[in-house]
Write a protein that binds this ligand. Structure first.
Ligand code: GLP
Length: 260
């Protein structure tokens, strides 16, 4: 696991955007795994800027989102479909048929989940999976105790996650208890994972993910087993890490061919 600590969320997103750009420029039909949440908003803004100003081309790219609420119409402003349109999809030249999001309105959930896994496989697998992290260490909507080899499936959200999600729904609107999410096993099959985290509220989860034991109680900790996982943090999210100086040294002394 490579840990990169940066002075600000903006600097974190600049590096993450360079990873995305590198993939798109070196792989003809790149496949991206995408998250929602407040964390990737600045990353998406930077990607949109690169598309507009530097010609970063998404014509041949394919995307798969991590998760979506169950029972929330894609037109609902609180849906992850709406979020993605607003922050990314409406601003890029992606082919709509290459955009994939879990169907939270599916009549047959197990079938929809299986179809999602099949679509990922048929696209050749995910090249780069971008991730945020929940304050309890969840990735996607894989809450603590999720099987570390789980696949795309329906998940019951914890009360804590529901309380957090409440701010994205208008007052009086019920907050979904269920979501469809790629499994931890699905995420681990991506050829590379890039997790971003900002702020004090993530410091404990980050510490447990990077320097704690691998445990289903901290699903993100499984990234320790991934052959190509990069974690990019701001100072606040990194504040509890014991080996901060080592991570800084490694990053500052990377050979040129490894720099991005
Ligand atoms: C939700 C999403 C996750 C995201 C997490 C953290 O649970 N399903 O993919 O990583 O929120 O969100 P934020 O980036 O807003 O802190």
């Amino acid at each position: 696991m490579e840990v990169i600590i940066q002075p600000s969320p903006k600097a974190v997103c600049a590096i993450a955007a360079r990873h995305v750009a590198h993939l798109l420029r070196t792989k003809h039909k790149a496949v991206l795994g995408l998250p929602t949440g407040s964390t990737p908003i600045s990353l998406y803004a930077e990607i949109v800027r690169m598309h507009r100003e530097e010609g970063l081309d998404f014509k041949q790219a394919t995307t798969f989102n991590l998760d979506e609420y169950v029972g929330i119409d894609p037109a609902n402003p609180a849906s992850y479909h709406s979020f993605m349109r607003q922050h990314l999809f409406d601003h890029l030249n992606l082919d709509p048929k290459n955009i994939h999001m879990p169907d939270g309105m599916a009549k047959d959930m197990p079938l929809a989940c299986q179809a999602y896994e099949t679509a990922i496989r048929e696209a050749g697998g995910i090249d780069l999976q971008i991730l945020g992290i929940g304050a309890d260490g969840h990735i996607g909507f894989n809450e603590p105790s999720s099987s570390l080899s789980s696949r795309t499936r329906l998940k019951t959200l914890t009360d804590k996650t529901m309380r957090f999600n409440k701010s994205f729904f208008s007052p009086g609107q019920p907050v979904p208890r269920y979501a469809i999410t790629m499994g931890v096993g699905t995420i681990m099959e991506a050829r590379a994972c890039l997790l971003l985290a900002f702020g004090d509220a993530k410091a404990v989860a980050v510490e447990r993910m990077v320097e704690g034991a691998v445990s289903a109680m901290v699903p993100a900790s499984i990234l320790q087993m991934h052959p190509q996982a990069v974690v990019i943090l701001d100072e606040a999210a990194a504040k509890n890490l014991r080996h901060k100086d080592y991570y800084r040294f490694v990053y500052n002394h990377k050979p040129e061919w490894q720099q991005r």
